[in-house]
Design a protein around this ligand. Structure first.
Ligand code: SF4
Ligand code: SF4
Length: 390
């Protein structure tokens, strides 16, 4: 890359309101998310600057609200992730591309027939009504998916819907929605799938993965990704929200919000009693945050509703079926691979984190909010007093 190209690249960024400092900071966060040290920042910056794709990329929508595209597009003003994605230039981006109709279909078909691309898939695969639950270009979408997935070098399933059907596949799931991994398994397709759940997907994770897959490592050895049992990169999904939550101290002290609008809420006490799913949800939301890192769910005062939880190969394992009713205290807490209840864990294991859960369990008991373990809280006391519902 010449100095002139270099300057052109930075002027393009600056025209979109992104400074060099913002860009390098962004490269630092990409490095962290793909498991590299800060020493790799110049390499990442150079790779993105070069912008020359090592493989084409397609962004395909299944049954979706396009919330993940919205999350990427960031309507108010562009952030670094959006600009970088634009520079990487997808060959086909269903929602935001200029081409329409037959032209768009031809562009997609050309890339698919060549193969070797990265397929970013957003939304649920809808098999219901013989595939007519979702028709694209005059035919059921599921007819084109086997070739689309088979010919891809890698698939990024972005957002919970693409991972395990998400809310679209929540009970009673009339459209027979499933995620990409389940579809590939059923069709005998062996293309590697990297799952990035949450509803919507966090744009920084997508860009980190796209930069890594397309520009840094190439597609030859996708085994370098350290994925968990659910196909999620461990660097992003390896720690629970609870572990990194700024309200964790209140949890340990048994200080909880039991009612919105209460003095406890003003004091930013822990939201576990309001249904927070942070203890059993594994994402780095408290670290990477949302909306250009402005805030995230718990910081903005809402309990985590567990949208990062996913079970790609288990029907009914989506975050909506598992987490509703969202504002009720969940009966289980996930520790590692184990789903359990606070007092049970406290009795069985002596680890510090687990002891904290037990202390919390005792706090709940003392507050009269728990009876024999931690069952679903059918109705909160203040609702009952008011004669209201859940
Ligand atoms: S239960 Fe929720 S609000 Fe409380 S510390 Fe854990 S993640 Fe934070
Ligand atoms: S904090 Fe919880 S609800 Fe919010 S985006 Fe992350 S996983 Fe989803």
């Amino acid at each position: 890359m010449t100095n002139e190209d270099h300057d052109t690249f930075y002027s393009k960024l600056e025209l979109r309101g992104v400074t060099r400092r913002d860009f390098l900071k962004f490269c630092g966060s990409v490095a962290a998310m793909v498991g590299l040290t800060e020493a790799a920042i110049p390499q990442i910056a150079a790779a993105v600057e070069k912008g020359s794709k090592l493989a084409p990329a397609l962004w395909i929508n299944g049954g979706a609200c396009t919330g993940c595209t919205e999350s990427m597009a960031q309507a108010d003003y562009p952030d670094v992730a959006t600009v970088v994605l634009e520079l990487l230039s997808f060959d086909y981006f269903e929602t935001i591309m200029m081409a329409q109709g037959e032209d768009a279909e031809k562009a997609k078909a050309a890339v698919i027939s060549k193969g070797g691309y990265v397929c970013v898939f957003e939304g649920t695969i809808m098999r219901g009504f013989d595939g007519n639950a979702l028709r694209v270009a005059g035919k059921p979408q599921i007819e084109e998916l086997p070739e689309l997935f088979k010919n891809a070098a890698a698939i990024l399933a972005v957002g919970s819907c693409a991972v395990d059907g998400g809310w679209v596949a929540a009970r009673p799931n009339p459209a027979d929605g499933i995620g990409v991994m389940q579809f590939c398994k059923d069709e005998g397709i062996t293309t590697p799938v990297i799952n990035l759940p949450t509803c919507p997907v966090n744009p920084e994770w997508v860009v980190a993965m796209v930069v890594d897959v397309l520009l840094l490592g190439g597609l030859e050895d996708l085994t370098r990704f350290d994925l968990d049992d659910f196909g999620r990169p461990k660097l992003i999904f390896g720690q629970s929200i609870h572990d990194n939550c700024p309200r964790r101290g209140h949890f340990e002290n048994g200080e909880f919000v039991y009612e919105f609008g209460s003095p406890e809420e003003v004091k930013n006490y822990c939201l576990y009693a309001m249904g927070c799913k942070g203890p059993q949800t594994f994402t780095n939301c408290p670290i990477v945050r949302w909306n250009k890192r402005a805030s995230w769910c718990v910081e903005s005062g809402a309990p985590c509703i567990g949208c990062g939880s996913a079970d790609p190969l288990k029907p009914g394992g989506n975050w909506v079926d598992v987490g509703t009713p969202f504002l009720n205290r969940h009966k289980d807490i996930r520790i590692g691979d184990m789903l359990t209840q606070p007092p049970v864990v406290g009795a069985a294991v002596g680890a510090a984190a687990v002891a904290a859960l037990a202390i919390h369990g005792l706090g709940m008991k003392a507050a009269g909010r728990m009876d024999g373990g931690a069952p679903f809280e059918e109705m909160k006391d203040h609702d009952r007093k008011k004669g209201g519902g859940k």
